[in-house]
Design a protein around this ligand. Structure first.
Ligand SMILES: [Zn+2]
Length: 310
């Protein structure tokens, strides 16, 4: 079991991030070994894969803005003590990069999830919405998108790579659990595919807080047409000209819903909703729900999108 968070800080969500799935008979426990995962959604997949064969600890409290989080001295220590660190990479955990690198130099094993998936890169036009006279924009074409957890097939590839790492690096065998997890991820993919059939193709357009749904969009036939912060990170800010450009996109694409996330400015969203006549719908894109399960996370996300756009 992992560290508990102080009472009052998103207790249900935080506790959920620590839950592992029920154990199975015939497992081979590795007493005392700990995997430290940087964030909760990836942590949920790791916990699902390892069951009770390893302790899984999630570093960034569930619900925090991953792009902006900074570790405490205690968090840095926890990384140093891990038998294996599982990180996303692609600068998602920008505040943790130095601590992870230090742990790696001190001999810690590090598994980087994004090295195991087909990377999505920002397409022509993305992140350039309203490029202003100062040349300010979210990112260059071709910047690698870190939000791989919004595609269950990417997480399948991550689980496969991690199972291999656990075998060779820690001597822990999870092949049986991997087979089961892959089967359930395939079923989830089919379920999402069926659910989005309920949205007419012309309405499969996403406007989000930042560009967080690129993998989901590519997998399920959506277009990310705009974002309040036209960047792969919520840490950027939108300029007046970018917001003006977003208003034009909303009008041109006949978008009716603006999906807001952790890190999206409520002030900017309220103003946009009022001026454009769109509805602002909160969408959980970077955190697990109360049961701590990856599957519930993606089902909830899909349901919110389908109910809002159909
Ligand atoms: Zn993000």
């Amino acid at each position: 079991m992992t560290r508990r968070l102080p009472a009052g800080l998103l207790p249900a969500l935080a506790l959920a991030a620590c839950l592992c799935l029920p154990s199975r008979a015939g497992s081979s426990p590795a007493p005392g070994k700990t995997v430290v995962v940087t964030y909760s959604v990836l942590g949920a997949v790791v916990a699902d894969l390892v069951g009770d064969r390893l302790a899984v600890k999630v570093l960034i409290p569930n619900g925090m803005d991953l792009h902006e989080w900074e570790p405490s001295a205690r968090d840095v220590e926890a990384l140093g003590r891990a038998d294996l660190i599982v990180a996303n990479g692609l600068e998602l955990e920008a505040g943790l990069l130095r601590a992870i690198e230090r742990a790696r130099r001190a001999g810690a094993r590090v598994f980087t999830a994004s090295e195991h998936v087909a990377l999505r890169r920002a397409a022509q036009g993305e992140g350039e919405q309203g490029e202003d006279e100062h040349g300010g924009h979210g990112h260059r074409h071709g910047a690698a998108d870190p939000h791989l957890w919004t595609d269950p097939m990417a997480m399948k590839a991550v689980a496969r790579g991690l199972a291999q790492e656990l075998r060779t690096g820690l001597g822990v065998e999870v092949g049986d659990r991997l087979v089961d997890l892959e089967r359930r991820l395939d079923a989830l993919d089919a379920e999402i595919r069926a659910a989005v059939e309920g949205i007419p193709p012309g309405r499969r357009k996403l406007v989000t807080g930042h560009e967080s749904l690129g993998y989901f969009a590519a997998r399920y036939g959506f277009q990310q047409v705009g974002a309040v912060v036209p960047s792969l990170s919520s840490a950027a800010e939108s300029s007046a000209s970018q917001l003006a450009a977003l208003k034009r996109v909303v009008a041109r694409e006949q978008v009716k819903v603006l999906f807001t996330e952790v890190g999206t400015s409520p002030r900017v969203v309220d103003a946009l909703a009022l001026e454009c006549g769109v509805r602002a719908v909160p969408l959980v894109t970077h955190a697990v729900p109360a049961d701590g399960a990856y599957f519930t996370f993606l089902r909830d996300l899909t349901r919110t999108i389908v109910e809002s756009l159909r």
